[in-house]
Design a protein around this ligand. Sequence first.
Ligand code: GRF
Length: 283
Amino acid sequence: MFKRLEQHWRVNSVNLALIITTFALGGSACGFSARKLLIWLQLEKGVVWWLLYLLLVFLLWPICVTLISIPLGQFGFFKRYINRIWNRVSGKKKTRVAIFASGAGSNAQEIINYFYLSGTVNISLIVCNKPGAGVISIANKEKIPCLMIKKEDFLNPQQFIKQLSEHKIDFLVLAGFLWKIPEALIKIYPGKIVNIHPALLPKYGGPGMYGHFVHEAVIANHEKESGISIHFVDEQYDHGKLIFQAICPVNSAETPQTLAQKIHELEHKHYPEELEKIITSGK
Ligand code: GRF
């Protein structure tokens, strides 16, 4: 049962234990405070008392759970959970996101996990240009439609744009996608295409600067730091307005592989959160 919940909520066993503890403590705290409030109001115990008690519990529950989730480090989970309930109740439309990826898809997986419980964002499509790429299996496993594209359709993208609109896509996220985004697509999604680059732009960006080439160049130049850059996409490679950067040290024994691992950790930690901020702020 616990394994199922872990899978369902996309959390590890430690987080699951902390989430259950938060629920339990939150439940007790709101029950206790509602009772205290009613005693303070000096009401006779009867139907009205019970109705008020239930109402108070209902109102206090999300507040208590959210407060307790902060010291237990589960605030993000509960924020998304409550957000989802709120959006369902208020009937707010979710932003439909397409992830463009052509590699292993570890970033795509993190983004899918992060937005799994989201009430604001729905990962609706994976776009891939590389047959056999790891991200295709991720799309299948997650039951997210996967659109394979060919270079000629991408360069003359009217048909492709139509397919995106058939999937009602509002926002594009690039996560390890190497082709330059055509102008026609940028015009249709102004300020709604975001990329992640595995270095500190404006250095180590541009044509040919991808994957291990970036890390090799960083090490060859004896840089003391590298990191990640999240930016809006414009007509040039790795050029659009910067949104966020995070740094990691590059030490003297660093290899492209060890650096790639550090960079991936930074990407997984920050990319989903930054995407949420960008998408929900509607910037
Ligand atoms: C990431 O390092 C990203 O910055 C770069 O390509 C890599 C993709 O990795 N653009 P993955 O396929 O998400 O594992």
